[in-house]
Ligand binder design. Structure first.
Ligand SMILES: NC(=O)c1ccc[n+]([C@@H]2O[C@H](COP(=O)([O-])OP(=O)(O)OC[C@H]3O[C@@H](n4cnc5c(N)ncnc54)[C@H](OP(=O)(O)O)[C@@H]3O)[C@@H](O)[C@H]2O)c1
Length: 385
């Protein structure tokens, strides 16, 4: 495989970065393909794009197959741009590598290598005499596009996004537990897009007891393209899993979230026999105990390996959120800031023992700060390295 940079893209290669950008645009036309990665593909012949495709979700055709079918010459002699190394294993659909070889493509240009140990696409393409290139500048975008899939393949846990709503003075609920509503309807609609793109929505028992939330993905509040994206995902994958961390199995059998369409997983130190009346869509998973509570690493490993979750959204209060942060298990914080003040008796954003000094503790970086409705949305991640 030849690694080339944008600086190498001159003469007949001048348009290569543009073709790859288009492949990324196609990949992003779905919110998630979990458990599969999102992939876009473009077929180029004589400098012109003659076929395009993207993967729409598990069980659907892969991007390369859609693009080959769209090309009038079925890919023969063409250069194929694909955001991820083509798959080489027969899953629910045939291997893309086989299809590319059979089509007689000339070159394959990829952005990222597949972290799935079952995939050896580049090797097989090269063994069949197809020249493979990797466009170096797109490697980071390839990981970002499929950060949950990469996390699951490499670390057997999902990408963990923790969403919180807070007042301008950093409070998430009144002292008596009321937190409806700190932010405005636009912020809550925006959060629905996060739910729609997640494989699971995770919360703690106290939020269930205090708020009796639905925790499902609702598209009605979204508008235009976002609504379309969320509905497309829902039509392919249904509702995200709903997950409750509940060591003592206190979830009421009539909790609203248990009665809604889709599966609910309750992680507990007790088994189902300790509770009565849960509907059939509810599974109780017995977790090992860590400090007398559900073991967070066990939960994440289980969500990745048993339920194939690529990205999960934690919508809990300060206790569970704080525990995840303290354990270094949060990959991204999405914080909606409402333009109000709740005062010092109100609950903090996260409850955990902070560092002893400002030179200690994990530094974060702001990935995005946007105005949403009358408030702000802040996206922050742990600083790399
Ligand atoms: N502003 C917001 O964004 C927002 C979002 C959600 C909720 N809220 C508010 O937050 C309040 C509830 O927050 P909360 O912090 O008390 O509860 P929480 O974070 O929703 O749930 C915490 C509970 O989860 C259980 N849990 C199980 N395993 C755990 C583990 N390993 N680590 C930590 N917790 C574990 C614990 O109870 P057991 O040990 O009994 O299992 C723990 O008390 C409510 O008032 C709600 O309205 C605000």
């Amino acid at each position: 495989m030849r690694i080339i940079t944008q600086a190498d893209c001159t003469g007949v290669l001048a348009e290569w970065p543009e073709h790859m950008r288009r492949a990324f645009e196609l990949a992003r036309s779905v919110l998630s393909c979990a458990p599969n990665p999102r992939v876009g593909c473009v077929i180029v012949r004589d400098g012109r794009r003659t076929g395009e495709g993207f993967h729409a979700g598990a069980g659907r055709e892969h991007a390369e197959i859609v693009a080959l079918a769209a090309d009038p010459e079925g890919g023969a002699g063409a250069t194929v741009f694909v955001t991820l190394e083509p798959c080489s294993h027969e899953g629910r659909t045939g291997a893309c590598v086989r299809a590319l070889i059979d089509a007689g493509v000339k070159h394959v240009v990829i952005a990222g290598l597949d972290p799935n140990p079952q995939v050896s696409g580049v090797e097989q393409l090269e063994a069949a005499g197809i020249e493979v290139f990797r466009l170096e500048e797109f490697a980071g975008a390839a990981i970002e596009l499929n950060k949950g899939f990469v996390r699951r393949m490499c670390q057997q846990r999902p990408f963990v996004r923790c969403k919180l709503a807070m007042s301008l003075d950093g409070r998430t609920a009144l002292a008596d537990g009321r937190s409806k509503w700190i932010t405005d309807p636009q912020a809550r609609a925006d959060a629905q897009l996060l739910r729609a793109g997640s494989c699971a929505i995770v919360t703690g028992i106290n939020t269930i007891l205090a708020d009796d939330p639905s925790l499902n993905a609702r598209t009605e509040a979204l508008a235009g393209g976002e609504r379309e994206l969320a509905e497309k995902r829902k039509s392919v994958a249904g509702q995200p899993l709903r997950v409750i961390l509940d060591s003592k199995l206190q979830t009421p059998a009539d909790a609203k979230t248990l009665s809604l369409d889709g599966a609910v997983k309750i992680f507990s130190l007790r088994d189902r026999a300790s509770a009565a009346g849960f509907p059939d869509n509810v599974e109780v998973i017995v977790s090992p105990a860590r400090q007398a509570r559900v073991d967070l690493e066990f939960v994440l490993n289980c969500l990745a390996t048993k339920f194939q979750c690529n990205e999960i959204l934690v919508e809990a209060g300060p206790v569970l959120g704080g525990a995840l942060v303290a354990a270094g298990l949060v990959d991204e914080l999405v914080i909606y800031v409402g333009a109000r003040l709740l005062g010092s008796d109100a609950r903090p954003l996260l409850e955990f023992a902070g560092p002893d000094s400002l030179t200690q503790g994990d530094a974060l970086e702001f990935v995005d700060v946007s105005v949403i409705g009358s408030g702000l949305r802040i996206i922050a991640r742990p600083k790399a390295g």
